[in-house]
Design a protein around this ligand. Structure first.
Ligand code: ADP
Ligand code: MG
Ligand code: ZN
Length: 632
């Protein structure tokens, strides 16, 4: 690691340049300020006359309206505590007819010089300084870029291009550090043989996959897997992140790619890893707000490098993305990234493996049940599970405890799932409304047969929510059934229905519920064909763009008539859900009241506690067989 080039991006370059410029700037300023401190102080004209009259002035020079004088007694101006032998003043406009007689009377030597610009010279220089610096800076930067591009001395200041983002000699991680992901591991492991004994393959004339694309949601261990492959095979690992390519200067990214591959070839067998491929590898020519030249050039360079490999060279190119759908088809063509390895969010078994891997490093109290924790964390990625264990360890350390307890892990999970606890001062009336709202969600969630079991309901503000009713699916869900979705809509509506039943009015607190319910109903109608009238037609009109954090409206491909039908179908789905919620809650007003009071008292209730509270009035729920997380 020692002599490998360090991580030098363009920002390091700018910083280095600034480091050069700043001392020069300071020197210049220092030099100017020395000249600026007036050795000859400016004094009022009246003071000057007083000095002359006190016989303190020996000599004056006129130049234009400026008068410079020499003092006989250096302490005459001593008010400032400094000794001055000279001073400067200006004649009032229109001149002073009495001046010359007074000077003559006090025997002052008078000299007249041509009018001076009174130090304008360096002021002009000062005002030009920013411009000069800018010119200097641009020259400095461009010198670096051009030198790098033209393949000049790569050790020069213009290393902007010549350094790949990171070169890492043989990562330490191995497959043992990747928990679960057995399928992906198996596929990637096939490459080890090739990296370790390339000559065997060459002898047989075998062609080995060149480009492997790792696909999967964020945090599933794509980067980890690539590094582990290099670690297992014991080969150098050259990595660069797609986002690091987005440069100010067009052409720099492409030059970097060229450089990276060159280095990798020199140290073959080796691995080149392009992380976040989607940030450069998006379909060309569809850039929003015009094409992105830099991105396209970089992408083209990657394609050229992939094609330009000699059959003999044992360099394997891995890339990772969580958006395979947006990649340019040219990247996925045979001979390029034609092998795809998918990394999924871990299932229960893999979650347990990941939890065990990270918990190994910390002492665990015996009340910790990692199996239960693995069951209770559906949808968590490897990165989130790692984070969970770490948060729990931090909490345990804060308590100065001997070991991590179950409670630490639970709190860490809630923090990751629900957000941080926020301290807000909420008025009693609003608190009551919140409790009623959440009790509505919870009661309906508790009573509907197809809903995910209730996990927890709370009116402690967390994250952006003031209250949360949390449900946890029992197992992995890969598809969503219509019954389940309808129940989910009903639960979403239950909050505002409960508010209306108890307070007779609505509040803005249901905004999120309404938004989510509408989006869900829209998906049911336009994507999943769950409206009997409309049927199985794709009527989506927007596409989520995770990178831009917004939805991009597509051109509408269906008629006005269909659009109206969609609106109506959504409305009726949501209305149905709302009436169903009303029906349930009206039958269970007592239970709702009890639950809301308990929430006001205790702020947070888990499924078991909700069961206890509803216990006595459970007969009211017979129409909707109750279920809870513990299966009661
Ligand atoms: P990605 O590149 O897919 O977004 P990373 O490889 O950067 O995800 O993973 C982030 C972190 O999560 C890694 O540092 C690793 O510690 C942890 N992690 C993710 N998946 C696993 C796994 N299957 N086994 C062990 N650790 C994992
Ligand atoms: Mg990554
Ligand atoms: Zn709500």
């Amino acid at each position: 690691m020692k002599d490998s080039p360090r991580n030098t991006g363009p920002y390091t370059e700018i910083r280095n340049t600034l480091l050069w410029i700043l001392p020069i700037l300071f020197l210049m300023l220092f030099w100017m300020s020395r000249n600026y401190v007036p050795e000859t102080p400016d004094i009022p004209y009246s003071d000057f006359i007083a000095l002359v009259e006190a016989d303190n002035v020996t000599r004056v020079e006129f130049s234009g309206d400026v008068i410079r004088g020499e003092l006989g007694n250096p302490r005459a101006l001593g008010a400032t505590g400094q000794n001055y032998s000279r001073f400067r003043t200006r004649i009032p406009q229109g001149g002073d007819p009495d001046l010359l007689p007074i000077l003559r009377q006090h025997r002052v030597t008078v000299d007249v010089l041509p009018a001076e610009e009174s130090g304008q010279g360096w002021r002009i220089l000062l005002s030009l300084l920013p411009l000069l610096l800018l010119v200097y800076f641009v020259w400095f930067m461009s010198r670096g870029v051009f030198r790098g591009l033209s393949g000049g001395d790569p050790r020069g200041i213009g290393k902007l291009v010549s350094t790949p983002s990171r070169v890492e000699e043989r990562p330490e991680v191995t497959f043992a550090d990747v928990a679960g992901q057995e399928n992906a591991k198996r596929e990637v492991a096939e490459l080890i043989e090739f990296l370790e004994h390339p000559e065997r393959f060459r002898r047989m004339g075998a062609e080995v996959p060149r480009g492997i694309l790792l696909m999967g949601p964020p945090g599933t261990g794509k980067t980890l897997m690539a590094r582990a492959l290099a670690g297992e095979a014991g080969v150098p690992f050259f990595s660069i992140s797609g986002s690091a390519f987005i440069e100010v200067f067009v052409g720099v990214g492409a030059a970097r790619v060229r450089n990276l591959f060159q280095q990798a070839k020199q140290s073959a067998p080796s691995i080149v890893f392009v992380d976040e491929l989607d940030s450069i590898g998006r379909t060309r020519g569809t850039g929003l707000g015009g094409g992105h030249d830099e991105r396209e050039q970089t992408l083209n360079q990657i394609l050229a490098e992939l094609d330009g490999f000699d059959k003999k060279e044992s360099v394997i190119v891995l890339a990772a993305t969580n958006r395979p759908d947006v990649l340019d088809p040219a990247l996925l063509r045979p001979g390029r990234f034609d092998r795809h390895v998918t990394l999924d969010l871990p299932d229960r078994k893999d979650r347990l493996a990941i939890l065990q891997l990270y918990a190994k490093k910390s002492p665990l109290h015996e009340d910790v049940d990692l199996e239960a924790l693995a069951s209770g964390t559906p949808g968590f990625s490897g990165a989130e599970l790692k984070n969970l264990v770490n948060e729990a360890a931090v909490k345990a350390a804060e308590r100065n405890a001997e070991a991590i307890q179950d409670q630490d892990l639970q709190e860490a999970r809630d923090k990751i799932m629900l957000g941080n606890v926020r301290s807000l001062i909420i008025q009693p009336e609003e608190r009551r409304r919140l409790a009623i709202h959440e009790a509505g969600h919870a009661l309906v969630a508790y009573s509907l047969p197809n809903a995910d079991p209730l996990y927890k309901v709370t009116i402690i503000p967390r994250g952006r929510a003031l209250g949360v009713t949390h449900q946890l699916p029992e197992g992995e869900r890969y598809t969503l059934a219509e019954d389940y979705l309808r129940d989910r809509l009903t639960i979403m509506m239950a909050g505002r229905v409960a508010e209306r039943l108890f307070t007779g009015s609505l509040s803005s607190g249901a905004e999120g519920d309404i938004h989510e319910a509408t989006a869900l109903a829209r998906a049911m109608v336009t994507r999943w064909g769950m409206d009997p009238e409309i049927g199985a037609v794709d009527l989506t009109q927007s596409e989520a763009q995770p990178f831009l954090g917004m939805e991009i409206t597509r051109a509408r491909l269906f008629s006005e008539h269909s659009a109206e039908a969609v609106d109506q179908a959504i409305e009726s789905l949501v209305d149905d859900a709302e009436s169903k919620a009303s029906e349930i809650l009206e039958k269970n007003l007592d239970n709702l009241e009890k639950l809301a009071r308990a929430l006001e008292d205790r702020e947070s209730l888990d499924a078991g506690e909700v069961g206890e509270i509803l216990g006595s009035g459970r007969e009211n729920l017979v129409n909707f067989p109750p279920r809870s997380a513990d299966g009661k």
